[in-house]
Design a protein around this ligand. Sequence first.
Ligand SMILES: Nc1nc2c(ncn2[C@@H]2O[C@H](COP(=O)(O)OP(=O)(O)O)[C@@H](O)[C@H]2O)c(=O)[nH]1
Ligand SMILES: [Mg+2]
Length: 197
Amino acid sequence: MSSQSSLLMVGIDGPIGSGKTTLIDAICRRLRSHCEIAVIANDAFTLEDAAFLIRGETLSAERIRGVQTRGASHVAMNLSAIDDLKRKIPCLEIILIESDGDNLSARFSSALFNLTIYVVDVAAGDRIPRKGGAGIAKSDLLVINKIDLAPYVGVSLSVMEQEIRKVRGPLPYAFTNLKTGNGIDCVVEAIRACKSA
Ligand SMILES: Nc1nc2c(ncn2[C@@H]2O[C@H](COP(=O)(O)OP(=O)(O)O)[C@@H](O)[C@H]2O)c(=O)[nH]1
Ligand SMILES: [Mg+2]
């Protein structure tokens, strides 16, 4: 983790469909009445996720920016979206940045983020932690989402947990079902703790 200012920058990465946008929606709903929060949603070829969050009134529209990456390097576009948000909301405390999510090779930049969260989907299988990659092994928090699907896809959560411990050592992880909100407290607590650190 690194701290470049009092603004907390949270990077949320993980494969497409793992639940990043749903997680951002849940985090914002928990935190929006307590702190000044905004979102930048990166999408490879659309602005679908930003539009989804605006439609669902996760936050007011001026707090949600979409960045269309076309699968290329997107640091400059994100820096410009961050500057724009900072100008328009000077009291901003937290920005959640969703990656365009392509595969297991997370592209977190430690210069940009104070906290990195990597989201995987239980339905990808209980051997997914073994596949490694920076997101699974080194993110500040690993979120294993869609635990409700485990019985339907023959995944043992305890096997998954053992694999995660082997790969991550003492680094934290959280099992979530974002359909019910199960486990979200753990994620919100990690953000709160980083904010007050
Ligand atoms: N069953 C189940 N579905 C989920 C859960 N979390 C997200 N989803 C669904 O998974 C799909 C992909 O989620 P999304 O947040 O768009 O994934 P993203 O591509 O990583 O941003 C959506 O249809 C969500 O409603 C969960 O915990 N359980
Ligand atoms: Mg998304």
